[in-house]
Ligand binder design. Sequence first.
Ligand SMILES: [Zn+2]
Length: 249
Amino acid sequence: MKKVWLDAGHGGKDPGATGHGLQEKDIALALSLAIKDKLENEYEGVQVILSRSADVFLELKERTNKANAAGADILVSIHCNAGGGAGGFESFRHTSASIAAAELQHALHTEIMSALKPYGVNDRGQKSANLHMCRESRMPAVLTENLFIDVKNDADRLMKADIIKAIVNGHAAGIAKYLGLQKKSVPAPNQNAIVKVIVNGKLIENVKQIDQVTYVPLRALCEALGAKLSWDNDAKMATVSGVSVSSDR
Ligand SMILES: [Zn+2]
């Protein structure tokens, strides 16, 4: 079982970046809850633990202490950016990150950007910085900055469900790729298998099999059996008679 630690930035008294009616803490929380759902519902052998699953304040130290104590395999800290300019997406590893952390960043960054490209989001690149969440985590840790709250075009994007979904899908795909998670097998839809039914040497036409049950047109079946079929159209009832039943009990 792989343990993923998802850290929704900010919370409670700390809203993070704000602008255009949005608060970073709310978006970070919504993203982490949805990424957890997607990973656990769609992939085998993964447990996602959240720094917070509600609008509460946590010190940075509490977040990394808990992730370290839980023995998480990776940590992803989810934020939104601010600072004006053209906006966009960027990701951070620590300035002296391990090769593993750089690989996690690369997997996340490329999957998230490929999900966001159709929406014209700027790629601000894979960066490194001396951030607490990346420095104090004992496991490979990456921080994602998911668009700029204070840039109008990005704020508009963050209000759209399909863009939020793209960010969620990108995170899940990147994490799954890095950890080598397998997708859960989806049961095949009710397949109408092609089956043949032969009665007294006669091939019956238009036979269907649905959910392992074989359906045979009744009139054709009766003809092949030499049975009498009477149909009461008012009662919508068919009566079959004249079939000899052997009593070999
Ligand atoms: Zn932040």
